[in-house]
Design a protein around this ligand. Structure first.
Ligand code: AMP
Length: 400
């Protein structure tokens, strides 16, 4: 069974085609600058040459037509015909409170994703564009929506409510949702497999540290707390997002900079590692500047590791301990110094990193705690696309 996984951004589209027998990726790619001059497609076949295609692509429907053409083309293809695609899995950023699990897409699901646009104004419209384009290009092929928010829906009210009048929750669903749920679910599940223990018996802290970052407390396989909020701004300091700030700071920016739209841009696009260092949002640039003694680069990294440490300790407190801490995503998988410094000082709660195992480890699954560490620390490369493909397979097989 072949499953296509789509992740549509406002001007981009990432895709992967899986052969679910062996869960192998057959082809993957990225369409950039959709609707903007200079569109570009990079199509990568696992066995075969890569293809780059340049030329304007006005919308997601056109982008998907091109991708489907590449997947079946004589020189670029990996399947004989579009009939080989059994189902399509879509990453959908916001499912509100309605979806705690992935679902088959029908008109009521589309209506619910539309209802959540006010919560994810950049992402949900793009995700919907992908669903509509697929319905047009592959009529009759089932679509599955996999929500970034779903895994976090098990948080109890004391974790997801803000201390503002309750009516805003009742009326407008103002609450913490948090994101990256597919990654936290994949990584916590894999961490349990690595430990060889049932997830139901484990307390796991998952640290998804990338350009966007979030941490989650996963108790018995259920998320009980997570660091992003109603938006993707809160939590730890990120590439360009501020992380947690006093709401008075946000209000100050609204007044000082002349409006909510500008303040939102500052908090989303000009803050975080970029805002503090004044150099870059990319940790690699910051780490090399810090190594050369740049003080603000050092400060940015210190702010990052301090905030990760604080969340880890608070999630251990919420769960009454931790069996495992798992690092994932670009920074979590690749930066040994961020892992080391985030965990420094957590010896009191049974965390002992083995620096020989940690140092130089990039992008590979491994346990990096010492053998006598009460809390197992691991690196688990995330695979959101595979998780989406698995859910898509499960739901479409159930229906068949
Ligand atoms: P992601 O959003 O998951 O792709 O992660 C992007 C972040 O990971 C960026 O800040 C990168 O600088 C960081 N990253 C990727 N590779 C490395 C590396 N080898 N060392 C340090 N940071 C890295």
């Amino acid at each position: 069974m072949k499953i296509l996984v789509l992740n549509c951004g406002s001007s981009s589209l990432k895709y992967q085609l899986f052969d679910m027998q062996g869960e192998a990726v057959m082809a993957k790619g990225l369409v950039e600058r959709i609707g903007i001059a200079g569109s570009r497609v990079k199509h990568v076949r696992v066995s075969g040459k890569d293809t780059i295609r340049e030329g304007d692509i006005p919308d997601h429907t056109e982008a998907i037509k091109i991708v489907l053409g590449l997947l079946t083309g004589a020189d670029t293809g990996v399947i004989a015909s579009l009939g080989d695609i059994s189902a399509v899995g879509h990453r959908v950023v916001h499912g509100g409170e309605k979806y705690a699990k992935s679902v088959m897409v029908d008109s009521s699901v589309i209506a619910s994703i539309e209802e959540c646009i006010y919560l994810a104004p950049l992402h949900n419209p793009a995700n919907l564009a992908g669903i509509h384009a697929m319905q047009t290009s592959l009529p009759g092929v089932p679509n599955v929506a996999v929500f970034d928010t779903a895994f976090h829906q098990t948080m109890p009210p004391e974790a997801f409510l803000y201390g503002v009048p309750y009516k805003y929750y009742e009326k407008d669903k103002v609450r913490r949702y948090s994101f990256h749920g597919t990654s936290h679910m994949f990584v916590s599940g894999r961490a349990a497999e690595v430990l060889g223990r049932p997830i139901e018996s484990l307390k796991i802290i998952t640290c998804h540290l990338g350009n966007g970052s979030s941490l989650a407390a996963v108790d018995g396989g259920r998320c009980v707390d997570a660091s992003m909020g109603m938006s993707t701004v809160p939590g730890i300091i990120m590439g360009t997002r501020s992380g947690d700030v006093d709401s008075a700071v946000a209000l100050y920016l609204v007044e000082r900079e002349g409006g909510a739209a500008r303040a939102s841009d500052i908090l989303n696009k000009e803050s975080g590692l970029l805002g503090i260092s004044g150099l870059s949002s990319d940790l690699r640039d910051i780490e090399s500047a810090a190594a050369e003694g740049n003080e603000r680069a050092c400060l940015a990294v210190n702010m990052l590791t301090r905030s990760v440490k604080k969340y880890i300790a608070s999630y251990a407190a919420v769960m009454g301990g931790a069996d495992a801490i798992a690092f994932t995503a670009g920074i979590g998988e690749n930066s040994d110094s961020v892992r080391r410094d985030s965990l420094a000082g957590l010896e009191f709660m049974g965390v002992k990193i083995d620096e020989a195992k940690n140092k130089g480890l990039r992008g590979k699954e491994a346990v990096i705690s010492s053998s006598d560490s009460r809390v197992k620390v691991m690196v688990i490369p995330t695979n959101e696309e595979l998780m989406i493909a698995r859910d898509t397979l499960k739901l479409t097989q159930k229906k068949a």
